[in-house]
Ligand binder design. Structure first.
Ligand SMILES: C[S@@+](CC[C@H](N)C(=O)[O-])C[C@H]1O[C@@H](n2cnc3c(N)ncnc32)[C@H](O)[C@@H]1O
Length: 234
């Protein structure tokens, strides 16, 4: 594997398959529903076949690495905490662990989850029965939530790249509570570039804050950034 391929693999598992799905979408061979179906066909069996809670959330490391890769999200939480929606909750492991790390930092969050995969959402309910009525199955890009949330966390790779502007606008207008915070991440990105953040800034959003942590690949960092709805536009 050459250096570029190794970097791409470290940034995103299944990157070759995801690239092919994105090419099919760009060429008009599949529509948005087809894009979601193809991505789900890739990740759902892999997550469901995972033999530990991290693998069932798409992470290949041990518990210590999960913490290094995800605990930076505590930096993104407002000190007052509040309701926290994990968009793409998979088996609910981030809902669970982030709630504990936040509590250790003196921040109380109430976790909620949504996943486009009915099977993964059911796994989350099975593993966290106390939260069963807080975990929904839906495509976040077209979801009318039964309530709003103080903090909404998402990845931007949950929709085809050309749909990201509409997706962000939908999360901010229809899912986030007034005065709430939209958190993007954790994603893997080159340490010396702010590619995703600049794309979101270019849409006219003001980035209210950012955080990062050391990634096992020397060229990459784990990153997250956030937009506060009160001053979302720059
Ligand atoms: C990498 S896992 C994230 C697990 C965990 N939330 C985390 O941050 O580590 C991504 C999850 O997002 C879900 N997902 C992808 N697109 C989605 C969409 N449009 N709406 C809701 N969930 C989506 C996938 O089914 C998958 O379970």
């Amino acid at each position: 594997m050459d250096d570029a391929a190794e970097l791409a693999r470290a940034k995103e598992r299944g990157w070759r398959e995801i690239s092919r799905i994105n090419e099919d979408y760009a060429a008009g061979r599949i529509d948005q529903a087809g894009w979601h179906d193809a991505v789900l066909a890739l990740i759902e069996p892999a997550y469901l076949g995972g033999d530990n809670p991290r693998a069932q959330s798409g992470h290949s490391g041990d518990a210590a690495r999960w913490r290094r890769a995800r605990a930076l999200l505590v930096d993104a939480l407002p000190v007052g905490g509040g309701t926290f929606l994990d968009v793409g909750c998979a088996n609910g492991h981030l809902m669970d662990t982030l709630t504990g790390w936040a509590a250790d930092a003196g921040i109380a969050i109430e976790p909620f989850g949504i996943d486009i995969s009915a099977k993964l959402a059911q796994l989350a309910r099975d593993q966290h029965p106390a939260w069963a009525d807080r975990i929904w199955t839906a495509n976040a890009a077209a979801w009318s939530p039964p309530r709003r949330f103080d903090i909404v966390r998402t990845g931007l790779d949950y929709v085809p790249a050309p749909r990201r502007p509409d997706y962000l606008a939908h999360l901010l207008a229809n899912i986030l509570a007034p005065g709430g915070r939209l958190v993007v991440g954790v994603f893997n990105e080159e340490s010396d570039q702010e590619i995703l953040e600049q794309q979101v800034s270019a849409l006219g959003y003001r980035i209210a804050g950012r955080t990062r942590a050391v990634h096992p690949h020397p060229a990459l960092s784990y990153k997250a950034f956030w937009i506060d709805s009160d001053d979302a536009s720059s």
